[in-house]
Design a protein around this ligand. Sequence first.
Ligand SMILES: Nc1ncnc2c1ncn2[C@@H]1O[C@H](COP(=O)(O)OP(=O)(O)OP(=O)(O)O)[C@@H](O)[C@H]1O
Ligand SMILES: [Mg+2]
Length: 252
Amino acid sequence: MSDTVPAGVTIEDLHKSYGDNEVLQGISITVNPGEVVCLIGATGSGKSTLLRCVNRLEDPNSGRILVGEFDATDPDVNLDAMRRKIGMVFQQFNLFPHLSVLENCTITPRRVLKQPRAEAEAEAMHQLELVGLQHLAHRRPAQLSGGQQQRVAIARALTMKPSLMLFDEPTSALDPETVGDVLAIMRDLAQAGMTMIVVTHEMGFAREVADRVVFMNQGRVVEEGPAQQVIGAPAQPRTQDFLRRVLNPLGE
Ligand SMILES: Nc1ncnc2c1ncn2[C@@H]1O[C@H](COP(=O)(O)OP(=O)(O)OP(=O)(O)O)[C@@H](O)[C@H]1O
Ligand SMILES: [Mg+2]
């Protein structure tokens, strides 16, 4: 984190449709540099679409997204330069199966930033050490647990010195006993000052780490505020209903 500058994110009145299906219906969210915002909401509410619009994996129909110095919605934005500053971690890790852990962490810095191999490897080993996996650098992803693979995915993103990290349900595919290791790394990253937008169902993490929680429903922001407030004492009936189901799935 030492040589990265966290970016702020401003999302203004964002709309996105797939055909007739308007999945984002005017979303506005501000994330200050170094803040952690957790996005929660039922399936299909548009959380992934929103994250994908931020790094322009999807093109919004209207509205504005500013990421640090970049206007993501400007047709002339330098997308490559912007995406270099945005790390993204997915539910399914997306590591290259045929490359070692170390190669997974060096391929983008070498190809995109043209870093010499030794420099890229030194930085990758540093990031792997921070996630506690330097001893597995020469294994293939398939030889690691899901939690370890996700920690590699985070280390890989950090080798690019991002100013913003986007997480889309990073622990949803993990065995329960490995979830904590991944969340602990995300907490450390938050404490180091990274700007983070995290889609998650981990309400304990959101309560502890998030500066703010945003509850989305059917393409709109229904409620947002400090985690203690939105999770602990939600004001809107739809938020209350969602949290009741997440926190107590059997309804007992
Ligand atoms: N590429 C696409 N083409 C058409 N429709 C899409 C596409 N991606 C998402 N959608 C639709 O957009 C809506 C929002 O999907 P999105 O994946 O953003 O929701 P989500 O909140 O991330 O849900 P989940 O919690 O299940 O991940 C859904 O109705 C989905 O079917
Ligand atoms: Mg999703």
